[in-house]
Design a protein around this ligand. Structure first.
Ligand code: FE
Ligand code: ZN
Length: 514
């Protein structure tokens, strides 16, 4: 008996067999009960089969690619660590970038993994379900590899060991935490627009430039390799985000106003989150790549405009915040650094006044604003520090109820006054950093009244150890904060005079002299 040898399947056939062909419609339960979340946001999907898979990747091929990337990555991390790679970075100030990054990024990758897991569960179509599953696994991988790449620094430098504890408690990590809390508690389609589109597609380059190029420029082979290893995943994520937006807009005209509102909201929320990235680029990288302003012009104004022009045929308009971000690119990085500099006793990374050449670089990059508004403050603080009176602000900050940033940004048309807005909801007053944050709150107040604001928690006595009478007249809410945060005092304060500065100099000297 002869049988024909099994026909070798084309990639497309294989793909179909291993993805869409594995899906089925339910019979003894209605589909709407099995997929309860797809309806309540008001999004209408008529035909899930119209979803075009932008990358035809089967699960087995996925594991093979990812395993290969992991092997390369960990070989480099091992070599870097065994060769005291931490001493090859430009200067120990750079390590503060990693401290802020460790608290603010890997935990959010983990939240992204949770979000895409849920999103995959809720999607009726097999195409988006498989794509979400892969992205969820990618995000777990990013969470792990990022921590591994920084872990070696934890053996030598202060302020890296309590990031997991601090992430849900520390004032300056709460903006990123709330960004993802907000997204994963939204419905599946809003989550996709928030993370897959606004964050991955519109804004992620602003994040990648300082992290990967910044690491490369500053001699951190470990962080650089992690970045490159994630980049091919990012390409997939960006495609998924864009594909999803187009799919929603093509399915029903009623989806347009809902999607537009999400784009407006999440572009603004992402923009606020990137203020700290701007500060990293302009102040924290000893060797700079480009200014935040330049990055904003290339990646948001130019590339973003091209993208929104492309989406105009679906009726999508440029996000409402666009023009405000263009004005703010001149200010946010300086205002962020000044805000952090003042709070140096309440942070697990160091701050400093830039050196004279660095101040000149900032003048050159920000000819419209730096010398007029920011240099005088920094020079004044430099003088104070040299007199042994390093400036510290010990008050509790006021935070925006929506984005959770401390209220420190200016009125869009007046750099000399702080932008500040209020809403009253059920008799209680809430504060905002901007018109856009206020508008987001006013649309869904029940969601944002629950925000965890560190300074409020302290004043309410929720950050004091058991047994302390938080109602006593002499209760000092600041007294227990650092214990509550598990803040290592060696990690706080100015970079000048820090353990990190001294140790790095001593170890470097050992490595380069007899
Ligand atoms: Fe990621
Ligand atoms: Zn805000």
């Amino acid at each position: 008996m002869t049988t024909a040898p099994p026909k070798k399947l084309s990639l497309k056939e294989r793909y179909t067999l291993m993805t869409r062909d594995l899906a089925w419609d339910t019979t003894y339960q209605p589909m709407s009960k099995v997929y309860p979340q797809v309806g309540y946001e008001g999004i209408k999907i008529h035909d899930w089969n119209r979803w075009e898979d932008p990358f035809r990747l089967t699960m087995d091929a996925y594991w093979k690619y990812q395993a290969e990337k992991e092997r390369k990555l960990y070989a480099i991390l091992d070599a870097f660590n065994q060769n005291n790679g931490h001493l090859t970075v430009t200067d120990a100030r750079y390590i503060n970038v990693l401290k802020l990054y460790l608290g603010s990024t890997p935990p959010l990758e983990l939240m992204a993994a949770r979000g895409f897991t849920n999103m995959g569960r809720q999607m009726v179509g097999a195409g988006p379900r498989v794509a979400c599953l892969m992205q969820a696994v990618d995000e777990y991988r990013h969470f792990q590899t990022q921590i591994h790449s920084v872990s070696n620094y934890n053996k030598y430098y202060n302020g890296l060991d309590e990031f997991a504890h601090q992430q849900s408690r520390m004032w300056y990590l709460s903006d990123g935490k709330s960004f993802f809390d907000d997204a994963i508690t939204a419905g599946p389609f809003e989550f996709m627009v928030a993370i897959g589109f606004a964050f991955e597609y519109v804004l992620t380059n602003i994040l990648f430039v300082p992290f990967i190029s910044g690491a490369a420029y500053n001699g951190d082979l470990a962080a650089m390799t992690v970045g490159f290893s994630a980049q091919s995943d990012e390409a997939r994520h960006m495609t998924l985000g864009l594909e999803c937006i187009k799919f929603l807009l093509e399915q029903d005209p009623d989806n347009l106003p809902i999607v537009q509102r999400w784009i407006d909201k999440w572009t603004w929320r992402g923009t606020r989150k990137l203020g700290a990235v701007g500060m990293m680029m302009d102040y924290m990288l000893p060797k700079r790549i480009m200014s935040f302003k330049e990055a904003w012009e290339i990646y948001f104004e130019q590339n973003g405009s091209a993208l929104f022009n492309d989406l105009a045929r679906y009726g999508i308009k440029v996000p409402a915040c666009f023009s405000q971000t263009v004005v703010e690119k001149e200010h946010v990085s300086h205002q962020s650094w000044i805000g952090f500099y003042m709070k140096s006793r309440a942070m697990s990374f160091h701050t400093w006044v830039p050196g004279p050449e660095e101040l000149d670089w900032l003048s050159e990059k920000y000819p419209n604003t730096f010398d007029r508004f920011y240099r005088p403050t920094l020079e004044h603080w430099d003088k104070m520090e040299k007199q042994g009176k390093r400036f510290v602000n010990n008050t509790q900050p006021m935070n925006c109820q929506c984005c959770l940033n401390t209220i420190k940004y200016n009125e869009p048309d007046d750099p000399m006054s702080t932008c500040f807005r209020e809403s009253v909801y059920k008799g209680e007053k809430f504060h905002f950093c901007s018109d856009h944050c206020k508008a987001i709150f006013d649309h869904e107040p029940e969601k944002y009244v629950q925000a965890y604001i560190s300074s409020h928690q302290a004043l309410q006595g929720n950050c004091a150890p058991e047994g302390v009478d938080v109602t006593a007249n002499d209760f000092d809410p600041a007294r227990y904060m650092n214990d509550f945060w598990r803040l290592d005092p060696r990690a706080t304060g100015d970079f000048n005079g820090s353990d990190d500065q001294k140790n790095f100099a001593a170890w470097r000297a050992q490595a380069t002299t007899n």
